[in-house]
Design a protein around this ligand. Structure first.
Ligand SMILES: Cc1ncc(COP(=O)(O)O)c(C=O)c1O
Length: 436
C-alpha cells in the first residue's frame, strides 16, 4: 500500500433512490416533508440534515468544477448539478427548495433571504428598460413601492388593476400596457398579482388573468403571484394558470415569527433567469434559516389547519358582535363575484382577516390596546395571534386617496389568528371590545 494514501476504514455508501410513490399512489406533501431531498447516508447517518456552514465546496475533479460552472454561468440551463460556492447554492437550501416545490406542484424553486429579496430579484430578472409591468392592487406596500419608485428609475413603467377586476377590466388594462410598451419600444414583461390583497382580502381571478394574458400577450409574458396569505395549503395558483408563485416564507411557512426568508417556484425555464441573477447579486437564504424552514415545513399543514379552524370560530363570534361593523374574512364573503373566485381558487379561508370596528382610529386603538393574548405587531402566519392597524402602520406610507380607493379605512384592524385555544382567543376579543 502506498504510504501517501489513507484508506478509509468505512467505505462510503451510495444514496438510496427516493420513494415518492407506494403502489402507484403519489405520497402527499405532508409525508414528503419528513425526508424528501435528503439521504442520511450522505451525512454520516444523521437523521436530520446538518447545517452546512461553509462558504465553498471541494470539487471531485477539475472537469467536475468546469461542468458546475457551466451551470452556474447559464452556459447550460438548470443551474449547477453540484455544490460550488455558498452564494449560489448549498445543501440546506437545495433540500428546502426541493420541498417548497412539492407544495405548489412546481418543477423548481429558489429560496431567498427575505420575501422582498425574492420579489425584487424576480422583477429585476424579467424587466428591461422601457418595459411595462402590469400588477393587481393592492400589493404589499414594499412591492408596490419597488415597482413605482425603484424600477421607474430604470425606465420600467407600470399599470395596475383592482384585485376584484373582471375579465373585461383586465383586458382593458393589458391593452393599455401593450400600447405603453409599444410607445416606449419595450414589452409587457410581467403580470404580477397578489391574492388575496393585503389587508382587504380581495381575491384576484387568476384564471381570467391567464386567459387575458394568453389572448393579449401570448405565453412568453409570465404571470407571477404572491401567495403569502393563503399558501401553501389554501391556494395553489400554478393550478389556475399562474407561472411563478412567490412567498414571504417569514409568514405561514416559517410560522413561528423567528425568521425572515422568501421563495419563488415554477417551471425551470421561469426560474433560470432569476437563479442566474441571484448567483450574481446574492440574496440566497442562509443555511441556518433554510434548516429552520425545513423544521417548519414538517408542521406547516398541522399549523395552518389549526389556525384556519381557530379563525373560523373567532370570525363566527366577531361577526355577531354589536361593535363590529363587518369582517373581511374569506369564509364570509358577501359578494357573488368574489365568492365565485373563492370557490374556483381556494381550498380554505385562511386565518388572516380584517375586522371593521364601528367608529374610527380611536375605537380601533382602544380595542388593540386592551388585547391581552393577541400581540400588537405587524406580520402574520405565526403560531401566535397578532393584531395591527394597517392605516396607521403597514400602509401609512400609502397616499390617503389610494388608501381610500383600496378600502383601507381608519376602522380596519387586521388580525392573524394563531394556534392558541380558540375559546381563549374569543374571551380576549370579547373583553377588549368591551373597552371600545
Ligand atoms: C403579502 C406579502 N408579500 C411579501 C412580503 C415581504 O416579505 P418579507 O418581509 O419576508 O420580505 C410581505 C411581508 O409582510 C407580505 O405580507
Amino acid at each position: 500500500m502506498s504510504d501517501s494514501i489513507i484508506d478509509p476504514t468505512t467505505p462510503r455508501k451510495a444514496p438510496k433512490p427516493e420513494v415518492t410513490k407506494i403502489q402507484g399512489r403519489p405520497l402527499k406533501p405532508s409525508t414528503l416533508m419528513m425526508g424528501h431531498g435528503y439521504d442520511p447516508v450522505l451525512s454520516e447517518g444523521s437523521l436530520k440534515p446538518p447545517i452546512f456552514l461553509t462558504s465553498t465546496f471541494a470539487f471531485e475533479s477539475a472537469a467536475a468544477g468546469k461542468r458546475h460552472f457551466e451551470g452556474i454561468t447559464g452556459k447550460r440551463p438548470g443551474g449547477a448539478d453540484g455544490l460550488v460556492y455558498s452564494r449560489f447554492n448549498g445543501p440546506n437550501q437545495e433540500i428546502l427548495e426541493d420541498r417548497l416545490g412539492i407544495w405548489d406542484g412546481a418543477e423548481d424553486a429558489l429560496s431567498f433571504s427575505s420575501g422582498m429579496t425574492a420579489i425584487t430579484v424576480l422583477m429585476l430578472a424579467y424587466a428591461s428598460q422601457n418595459d411595462v409591468i402590469v400588477h393587481s392592487g393592492p400589493l404589499y406596500a414594499a412591492s408596490e413601492g419597488f415597482v413605482a419608485k425603484v424600477l421607474a428609475k430604470f425606465g420600467v413603467q407600470y399599470v395596475d388593476f383592482p384585485a376584484g377586476a373582471t375579465r373585461e377590466q383586465i383586458d382593458a388594462v393589458l391593452g393599455k400596457a401593450k400600447a405603453m410598451a409599444a410607445e416606449s419600444g419595450g414589452k409587457v414583461c410581467m403580470v404580477y398579482l397578489e391574492s388575496p390583497g393585503n389587508p382587504t382580502n380581495a381575491l384576484v381571478d387568476i384564471e381570467a388573468v391567464r386567459d387575458a394574458r394568453d389572448a393579449a400577450l401570448g405565453p412568453d409574458c409570465p404571470i407571477a403571484i404572491d401567495n403569502t396569505f393563503l399558501g401553501p395549503l389554501w391556494q395553489r395558483p400554478l393550478d389556475q394558470g399562474a407561472d411563478i408563485v412567490v412567498y414571504s416564507l417569514t409568514k405561514y411557512v416559517g410560522g413561528h415569527s423567528d425568521l425572515v426568508a422568501g421563495s419563488i417556484a415554477g417551471a425551470r425555464k421561469w426560474m433560470d433567469p432569476v437563479r442566474s441573477l441571484r448567483n450574481t447579486m446574492g440574496g440566497i437564504c442562509d443555511p441556518n434559516t433554510a434548516w429552520m424552514l425545513l423544521r417548519s415545513l414538517e408542521t406547516v399543514e398541522l399549523r395552518m389547519q389549526r389556525a384556519g379552524e381557530n379563525a373560523a370560530k373567532v370570525c363566527e363570534y366577531l361577526s355577531k358582535h354589536p361593535k363590529v361593523e363587518r369582517l373581511g374574512y374569506l369564509g364570509m364573503i358577501d359578494d357573488a363575484r368574489q365568492q365565485d373566485i373563492y370557490d374556483r381558487h381556494c381550498l380554505g379561508a385562511g386565518s388572516t382577516f380584517s375586522v371593521f370596528i364601528k367608529g374610527g382610529e380611536a375605537e380601533c386603538f382602544r380595542f388593540l390596546d386592551n388585547l391581552t393574548i393577541a400581540k400588537l405587531a405587524v406580520s402574520l402566519g405565526g403560531t401566535e395571534t397578532l393584531a395591527s392597524h394597517p392605516a396607521s402602520m403597514t400602509h401609512l406610507s400609502v397616499a390617503e386617496g389610494r388608501r381610500a380607493e383600496l378600502g383601507i379605512s381608519d376602522n380596519l384592524v387586521r388580525i392573524s389568528v394563531g394556534i392558541e385555544d380558540a375559546d381563549d382567543l374569543i374571551a380576549d376579543f370579547e373583553q377588549a371590545l368591551e373597552h371600545v
